[in-house]
Write a protein that binds this ligand. Sequence first.
Ligand code: PGA
Length: 227
Amino acid sequence: MLPDTRWAPEVAEEWAQRLNADPELRMCLPTGRTPAPVYREVSKRGDFSQATIFLLDEFGLDVGDQGRCDEMLRRDLIAHLAEPPARLHGLDPQADDLRAECSRYEMLIAAGGLELTLLGLGANGHLGLNEPGSDPGSPTRVVELADTTAEGLDRYGAEGTTDWGLTIGLGRLLQSDEIWLLVTGEHKAGILEQTLKGPVSPEVPSSFLRSAENVVVWADESAASRL
Ligand code: PGA
């Protein structure tokens, strides 16, 4: 737990040190409001030029839509880096065969695994787009968005709307060598409490983090206020 104002710099500092120690780190990165301040901070400190990034998920929106995860990552992180990452991979919602696209991504990840996975925490407990009802072995796949997820897309600047997306499955995420769960704000206090103290169940996919090894919860004081 970190004071709210120290949260982003401290996470970024630790991350930059990890990149220094292992410049070729294979990472899975989320997008959204939670990681954005960490991305701003790490872009001043970290060298991503030899690193590999896998985007966690993608919405079924048109190319260039500002609410897409690839656009968010570009504007929150990539645009601020002195040098771009060596490899940046994402799921393509425009692929003709979405099942084949998911298999391609899953195999690309499996080829070297994920060494460091950063995750945001959905207000409904989703991780990536593994919405409530997802089982812990779920593969990378096409998913129907929870209503609250679909309705919340405009806060990311989405111009279009969609009720589906693509996500790395919980199965692959939970096998990461290390997982950092990023959680900020009073509005996440209840779901963080359920994640860590409620029943382990598909109804709160984030609760499955308790069965994974090497999970670090980076919560600010507001998010941790009910723990
Ligand atoms: P947020 O989203 O960081 O924008 O709150 C988290 C999530 O829904 O996974």
